[in-house]
Write a protein that binds this ligand. Structure first.
Ligand code: XMP
Length: 519
């Protein structure tokens, strides 16, 4: 069992980020609701605790508090924002309710040498209402800012620390190092959470779960299902059959890439179902986005079920569920927001078939899934691919879906992708400072035609919108400030190289109020 840190979630929108930062330091961490049972949390055998922020005020009736087992364990504790206030309150300090929030960037100054925060000044991100007024016995002030005279506190004897700011967000550039020092130096955790260790423990778990039974996997072309399938292949080899339904709604070259990566390179037994005609027929004349999603979802399940029956209805099904899905579905206040994003998912599990699920990625964040995918031998171009919606190009081909329009969209999208890749902007760098590159970038074929002129000819053809966003969580997003020269080159290439398109526009809407996709 790897060394680990338990993170208690007091309702912070950043709780998952804390867990990700700790894992980036090479230490396994798990998130628990603050009122999870002691038994459940201590089963992890954590080396220390981190208490997240949260919207409450410690003196409020019903406010979340630090469960007794945390302090009884005598393990180190780091409280962030509300977590620090709750820690202070439990240990006999005083928190002042404040009607004014401090929100935004601030500069902190270190007052005392300490294991967490280096000397000097550094920028941090503040987001809090209440503030600390009196320290609990044994604590000293480690850092201050102009608005927060008590910005960080510590009791090195007991390994108790608190920060008023948010070290987990990228607006606190030194935050990852603060968390790293806490888990490695204060908690003494070993950084043994590596792709190789993840793979070894996952293989063992899969083998134990399925024994010698047959296992089915549904491959969508996306990162998660590909990595989950590759992991299952590594664990159980020939017991696994993967099914890939070619809907005709994938991006250029995608179907071929899946076959090459999983079958040719890794040796996965892959059944490719050519269902392009069926999908085109079912979608003929349909323009309403939700109807498109429903038709695609239902047809996918029908085709998949037929395949499963032909394969003798294996007992187990591999699913690429990842940790954020697990965490979000167990946090009641966030479940609603999550549903907004995924209510329309397709390619999912046929509910009436009673598979037992094999979920090799259940405890992994997306970044970890990608590193594990590379370590398993999947190509970087597949593993670092941007997210792609289940209904595929159907929701990017606005209006009626026809083979010609899909070809046009695919060609325009491939030009955008190739140009972004050669400019080094197809990935997003989220580590410190500004968000660079794009988290998601794609072309959308619009159901409008406009007039143009090419040579001496008047044209009346379709328009393409380019959408490129930066985001960390896909719940909110900003449009990417792509260089004008790059946009000019992409537009020029699309109009010249893709027959039927004579106009290119760039989408400059943020989310909210817009969404990332157009449908
Ligand atoms: P929106 O458009 O809601 O997208 O801002 C947020 C993220 O969700 C993806 N998305 C989907 N994913 N099935 C999916 O599997 C869908 O129907 C779907 N619609 C949107 C979108 O690509 C973005 O990453």
């Amino acid at each position: 069992m790897p060394d680990s840190i338990a993170i208690l979630d007091f309702g912070s929108q950043y709780a998952q980020l804390i867990a990700r930062r700790v894992r980036e330091a090479g230490v396994y961490s798990e998130l628990f609701p603050w009122d999870a049972s002691a038994e459940q949390v201590l089963a992890l055998k954590p080396k220390g605790f981190i208490l997240s922020g949260g919207p409450a005020s410690v003196y409020e009736p019903g406010a979340p508090f630090i469960p007794a087992y945390v302090l009884d364990s005598r393990l180190p504790v780091l409280g962030i924002c509300y977590g620090m206030q709750a820690l202070t309150y439990s240990l006999g300090g005083r928190v002042a309710a404040s009607s004014e929030r401090e929100f935004g960037p601030a500069q902190i100054e270190t007052l005392l040498p300490n294991p967490l925060i280096p000397g000097g000044q550094q920028p941090v991100w503040m987001s809090h209402g209440d503030r600390l007024e009196q320290l609990p016995p044994g604590f000293t002030i480690l850092a201050r800012s102009d608005n927060s005279p008590i910005a960080a506190i510590g009791d090195p004897q007991r390994g108790y620390y608190g920060v008023q700011f948010h070290p987990e967000v990228h607006h606190t550039p030194g935050g990852t190092d603060i968390l790293r020092r806490y888990v490695l130096q204060v908690c003494g955790a070993r950084p043994d959470w590596t792709p190789a260790a993840i793979i070894a423990s996952s293989i063992e778990r899969i083998q134990r779960q399925v024994g010698s039974e047959a296992v089915l996997s549904a491959v969508s072309g996306g990162v998660d299902s590909s990595v989950a399938t590759a992991m299952a292949q590594r664990a159980i080899g020939e017991q696994l059959v993967a099914v890939f339904v070619d809907t005709g709604l994938l991006r250029q070259g995608e179907a071929a890439q899946v076959r090459s990566a999983l079958h040719n390179t890794l040796g996965v037994e892959l059944v490719v179902v050519d269902a392009v005609e069926q999908f085109m027929t079912a979608l003929r004349g349909v323009t309403d986005p939700e109807t498109k999603r429903r038709i695609i979802g239902e047809l996918f399940i029908r085709i998949f079920e037929r395949q499963a029956r032909q394969l003798g209805t294996p007992r187990f099904l591999v699913q690429g569920t990842i940790y954020p899905d697990v965490v979000e579905s167990s946090a009641p206040d966030r479940a609603k927001a999550h549903r907004i994003k995924t209510h329309h998912n397709v390619g999912g599990l046929p509910e009436q078939m009673q598979f037992e699920l094999v979920e090799p990625l259940r405890y992994l964040f997306k970044d970890e899934v990608r590193l594990v995918g590379e370590a398993l031998g999947l190509p970087a171009s597949l593993v670092w691919r941007q997210p792609f919606p289940g209904p595929g190009l159907a929701v990017r081909c606005l209006g009626e879906i026809t083979p010609d329009r899909l070809d046009r969209l695919r060609a325009a999208d491939a030009i955008l992708t190739a140009e972004l890749a050669s400019a080094g902007l197809l990935r997003m760098d989220t580590h410190g400072g500004d968000l660079q590159g794009t988290a998601q970038a794609f072309a959308v074929l619009l159901p409008v035609r406009s007039v143009g002129v090419m040579g001496d000819q008047r044209t009346y053809q379709e328009a393409v919108a380019l959408r490129a966003v930066t985001t960390e969580d896909f719940m909110t997003a900003d449009w990417a400030r792509l260089p004008h020269d790059l946009l000019a080159r992409i537009a020029n290439r699309i109009v010249n190289e893709v027959p039927g398109i004579n106009r290119v526009v760039y989408d400059i809407t943020s989310k909210p109020p817009g969404t990332i996709e157009w449908e």
